[in-house]
Ligand binder design. Structure first.
Ligand SMILES: Nc1ncnc2c1ncn2[C@@H]1O[C@H](COP(=O)(O)OP(=O)(O)OP(=O)(O)O)[C@@H](O)[C@H]1O
Ligand SMILES: [Mg+2]
Length: 262
């Protein structure tokens, strides 16, 4: 679905991305690991079409989005979402207005938006916060609201930038559950930047499915099954060090990769 070819991004005279190439398949989660400053957030902004590279292509469904003008980019971004590293809620808007932002912007009917916003907040277990302001929520709650907001408008692609940073293990787990559910139940393609290996392995190893009673269940996948819908990319200083599934990651002999996953 996404093919990045020789992507180069420069700020001032520093190449932050140095000729990156990789692919993301439809309904796959691509987990990006890497040290600080390796260009992960920059890469997500480019994939979302928020910035342009110096060189290279980003082919999405065969079209190079780096050549898009602003109108084409607005259309491109319609069914894509990004969860920024800091969550980035609008402090002066209520949770309802934050989550419904994109839908209001697209001119949806207010009652319709209300209904959707409520359902999205229910999905992340925060419907009771609907009339609160971000300042009244904890860090973990804000992150879950940011994910609910990213889900508005039923995106087919979601870019998550370190979505569990600073969260306790239980809250982290609820966010991993959401990412897996969106992937396996809704067929959402995702790119997930994370510094947390337990998050990376959870997303790689678990699958969501619909149980007999119509409820969504999660199950640890059998070994070798988990590689179908997930892959890893390891970045270091703007370059790709590793690209492949979990089994290959475990076998990778690059010392930096070994240290990162040990
Ligand atoms: N808008 C910008 N202007 C100038 N330099 C930038 C800009 N955005 C990022 N950079 C630089 O690009 C480099 C990579 O930053 P980036 O945020 O992409 O790293 P990262 O891999 O996301 O790091 P972290 O793991 O800490 O989130 C950094 O040196 C940063 O200072
Ligand atoms: Mg970052």
């Amino acid at each position: 679905m996404i093919e990045v070819v020789n992507l180069t991004k420069r700020y001032g005279d520093v190449d932050v991305l140095k000729g990156l190439s990789f692919k993301v398949r439809r309904a796959e989660s691509k987990i990006i690991l890497g040290n600080n400053n390796s260009g992960k957030s920059t890469l997500l902004r480019l994939l979302m079409g928020l910035e342009k590279p110096e060189y290279g292509k980003i082919l999405v469904d065969g079209k190079d989005i780096t050549k898009f003008d602003e109108d084409e980019l607005i259309k491109y971004r319609k069914n894509k979402s990004i969860v920024f590293q800091e969550g980035a809620l609008f402090d002066s808007l209520t949770i309802r207005e934050n989550v419904g932002f994109k839908l209001y912007d697209e001119g949806w009917d207010e009652e319709e938006v209300d209904e959707i916003v409520f359902k999205l907040l229910q999905f992340v277990g925060l419907e009771h916060t609907i009339d609160m302001y971000p300042s009244e929520l904890s860090g973990g709650m804000k992150r879950r609201v940011a994910i609910a907001r990213a889900m508005a408008g039923e995106p087919t692609v979601v870019f998550y930038d370190d979505p569990t940073a600073g969260l306790d293990p239980v809250t982290s787990r609820t966010i991993c559950d959401l990412i897996v559910k969106l992937r396996d139940i809704e067929g959402v393609t995702s790119v997930v930047v994370t510094h947390d290996l337990s998050v990376a392995y959870f997303i790689s190893n678990f699958m969501a499915f619909i149980g007999e009673e119509g409820n969504i269940l999660l199950r640890q996948q059998e070994k070798n099954m988990c590689y179908i819908n997930n892959s890893f990319l390891v970045m270091r200083d703007g370059s790709v060090l590793f690209d492949g599934n979990e089994m290959l990651l475990e076998e990778c002999e690059d010392p930096f990769v070994r240290e990162l996953i040990s």
